[in-house]
Design a binder for this molecule. Structure first.
Ligand SMILES: *[C@@H]1O[C@H](CO)[C@@H](O)[C@H](O)[C@H]1NC(C)=O
Ligand SMILES: *[C@@H]1O[C@H](CO)[C@@H](O)[C@H](O)[C@H]1NC(C)=O
Ligand SMILES: *[C@@H]1O[C@H](CO)[C@@H](O)[C@H](O)[C@H]1NC(C)=O
Ligand SMILES: *[C@@H]1O[C@H](CO)[C@@H](O)[C@H](O)[C@H]1NC(C)=O
Length: 196
C-alpha cells in the first residue's frame, strides 16, 4: 500500500517535470531583438538595462552555422527573432549573401557557442521566462560572453573587407557556460526595440 503510494507520487513528479517546458512558456511569434545585459529584470527602455549590448549573427568564414556576438552602435540592421517549440528562429541570407533562410537554434552544449543552422531543429529547451528572459530548460543562468577562439582572425576575415583594422577591433561572442578566462556571465533578454 505504502509502496504503491510512493510510486504514484514519483510518477506524478516525473510527468510534471517532463510537462514543464511545454506548459510553462509560450511561443513568441512577434519579432524581438536579443540583447546581452548583466540585469535579469526587464526595463521597457532597453537602453537603460545594465551593460546592455545589441547582438547580431555572423559567419566569419562563410560557414553554414551562424554565431551570435555583441555589436556596437553604428550597425546597419539587427536580426529579429521568434521563438517557437523551444527553438529560436531568424531569417537571414545564406552563405555569400545568397538566398534567404530561416535559421534555427541548435541544442547548446556546456562550453559551446550559441549556433544557428538553416535546417529544421528539434526542441532544444529555449524559452522566454516571464516573456523576456532567454532560458534553456528553464534557467536563465549559463550564458557567457567570451572573446572566443576565433578572436582577431574573425575581424581580419570579415571586417577588413569593410576597411576596419584588425589590430584594435574585437568583440564578444555568446557561449553557453564558456570556460575560457575571457568569459563573463550575462543574461540574454528579448526586447522590442534595440538599445541603440
Ligand atoms: C558593467 O558596466 C560597468 C560600468 O560601465 C563596468 O564597470 C563593469 O565592468 C561592467 N560589467 C561587466 C560584467 O561588463
Ligand atoms: C527552421 O525551423 C522552422 C520551424 O520549425 C522551419 O519552418 C524552417 O523550414 C526551418 N529552416 C530550414 C532552413 O529548414
Ligand atoms: C516540436 O519539437 C518536438 C520535439 O523535438 C518535435 O517532435 C515536434 O515535431 C516539434 N513541433 C513542431 C511544430 O515543430
Ligand atoms: C535540456 O534538457 C534536455 C532534455 O532533458 C537535455 O537533453 C539537454 O541537454 C538540456 N540542455 C542543457 C543545455 O542542459
Amino acid at each position: 500500500m505504502k509502496f504503491s503510494g510512493i510510486l504514484a507520487i514519483a510518477t506524478t513528479l516525473v510527468s510534471l517535470a517532463s510537462a514543464a517546458p511545454a506548459t510553462k512558456f509560450k511561443d513568441v511569434t512577434t519579432p524581438f531583438y536579443l540583447v546581452t545585459t548583466t540585469q535579469s529584470t526587464s526595463n521597457s527602455h532597453s537602453s537603460k538595462l545594465k551593460n546592455v549590448s545589441a547582438t547580431t549573427v555572423f559567419a566569419p568564414y562563410y560557414q553554414p552555422n551562424l554565431l551570435l556576438r555583441e555589436i556596437e552602435p553604428g550597425y546597419g540592421s539587427l536580426p529579429t527573432w521568434t521563438l517557437t517549440n523551444g527553438t529560436l528562429h531568424t531569417t537571414q541570407a545564406g552563405p555569400h549573401g545568397i538566398g534567404s533562410y530561416v535559421y534555427n537554434s541548435t541544442s547548446v552544449q556546456a562550453g559551446g557557442e550559441l549556433q544557428f543552422l538553416a535546417q529544421s531543429e528539434p526542441n532544444s529547451g529555449f524559452a522566454l521566462k516571464s516573456g523576456y528572459l532567454l532560458t534553456i530548460n528553464g534557467t536563465e543562468k549559463g550564458w557567457t560572453l567570451c572573446t572566443g577562439d576565433l578572436g582577431q582572425t574573425v575581424v581580419s576575415a570579415r571586417d577588413l573587407v569593410n576597411g576596419l583594422s584588425d589590430t584594435n577591433v574585437f568583440f564578444l561572442q555568446v557561449y553557453y557556460k564558456g570556460t575560457d578566462a575571457s568569459c563573463t556571465p550575462t543574461y540574454i533578454q528579448a526586447v522590442s526595440t534595440p538599445p541603440y
